[in-house]
Design a protein around this ligand. Structure first.
Ligand SMILES: [Zn+2]
Length: 136
């Protein structure tokens, strides 16, 4: 049996050794389970919303489903309700942050070329200033 351990990322090796899956080690899954500190703006059974730690605009909130999905490629027909909730929550938070009228942008980056950094589906809510054409 070939030895492929060197090809695995450290986190994957640690996860494998502890009998865990990548979803167990995923930073957004861990935020959803309160295993790492965050300051949730909103939380319910399905979603958690937190400020982006590297804000690209005065308002920059991440809306994250608690269930692990990599990105839109990983969304099945049973997940359509979650996507709708994410969009509705974006509008709700935009209203609460006072940017509903001035305008805001909602972005979902998918995969490497899309600029996705964390491989767990999430929506960026951006606003509070005129946004340039650069997305994300
Ligand atoms: Zn995850």
């Amino acid at each position: 049996m070939p030895h492929g351990g060197a090809d695995l990322l450290l986190s994957e090796r640690l996860a494998a050794r502890r009998g865990m899956t990548m979803a167990d080690e995923c930073i957004f899954c861990r935020i959803g389970r309160k295993e790492v500190p965050s300051q949730p703006i909103y939380e319910d059974h399905d979603l958690i919303a937190v400020p982006d730690i590297q804000p690209a605009a005065p308002v920059h909130v991440l809306i994250i489903p608690k269930e692990h999905m990599v990105n839109l490629n990983d969304v099945g027909k049973n997940d359509v309700g979650i996507l709708g909730k994410m969009l509705r929550l974006a509008a709700k938070i935009a209203n609460e942050k006072g940017i509903a009228e001035s305008g805001y942008r909602v972005v979902i980056n998918n995969g490497e070329d899309g600029g996705q950094v964390v491989p767990h589906l999430h929506l960026h809510l951006l606003g509070g200033k005129p946004l340039n054409q650069k997305m994300g």
